[in-house]
Design a binder for this molecule. Structure first.
Ligand SMILES: C[S@@+](CC[C@H](N)C(=O)[O-])C[C@H]1O[C@@H](n2cnc3c(N)ncnc32)[C@H](O)[C@@H]1O
Length: 218
């Protein structure tokens, strides 16, 4: 998937990854965390996720980055939120109160765009990329967040020969390879979910394991 392919997906509304519900792992993680109102949470490759609104309602500062203007404008219109629009060199930023969505590429982000971010919430972001791009993503992420920023990471793993990505299969071994030099990695949960939606079996999958990782200070 090239960047233009994602833009076409949004134009054609081919967004099977979008979940209208707030992610249950995110809710559990936040309620058990010591994050405080006003802390910044960054959503890479945010789409028009319902999680943005839920996090904003918990009084966090929410920053998302997303390639597609359609995704971002749909987010604000579906949530009934008006926004301010500011164009800078690398991004067009649309903001509504404590929500700031940057239209542009994750790979153009710099540390100053995120400031002192407390948590990265990655749902379906790392797994949106093929393996070479995942390596680049992990390295870029480490370069733009602070040393004390945790990552809540939700991934999928399956037999890659049974289906073409995205979502791509990502193993725990690969997560270790990308992140263990910089983070303490805890597996919060690993669950077989192949029967949670009929679409997975219809795509040919015999197993689909969802993993939730906490990447924290070593
Ligand atoms: C699988 S979707 C996940 C969206 C969201 N995290 C969610 O849970 O609904 C991946 C999203 O990343 C966006 N995307 C792909 N490459 C990107 C990049 N380099 N920078 C920013 N967004 C990107 C796509 O347009 C798409 O909306």
């Amino acid at each position: 998937m090239q960047e233009k392919d994602w833009l076409i997906r949004w134009q054609k509304n081919q967004i099977g990854f979008h979940d209208a519900e707030v992610n249950s792992h995110l809710k559990k993680y936040i309620s058990a965390s010591d994050l405080k109102p006003g802390d910044t949470i960054f959503l890479p490759l945010c789409g028009k996720s319902a999680d943005i609104t839920w996090l904003a309602e918990q009084d966090f500062q929410v920053i998302g980055v997303e390639l597609s203007a359609i995704a971002i404008e749909s987010y604000f219109s579906e949530q009934g939120l008006s926004f301010d629009r500011v164009e800078s060199g690398r991004f067009i930023t649309r903001s509504s109160r404590n929500i700031h969505l940057l239209e542009g590429s994750f790979f153009d982000l710099r540390h100053q765009d995120l400031g002192d971010c407390s948590l990265v919430y990655d749902r379906a972001s790392l797994i949106a990329f093929d393996e070479p791009t995942r390596t680049r993503y992990a390295q870029w992420m480490r370069s733009i967040i602070g040393n004390d920023t945790d990552i809540l990471l939700v991934t999928l793993d399956y037999n890659q020969s049974e289906m073409n990505g995205p979502p791509f299969a990502v193993s725990t071994h690969e997560i270790m390879r990308h992140f263990e030099s910089a983070f303490q990695i805890d597996i919060i949960r690993q669950t077989e979910i192949v029967d949670e939606s009929p679409r997975w079996r219809s795509k040919g999958l015999s197993s689909l394991v969802e993993s939730v990782y906490q990447l924290g200070e070593k």
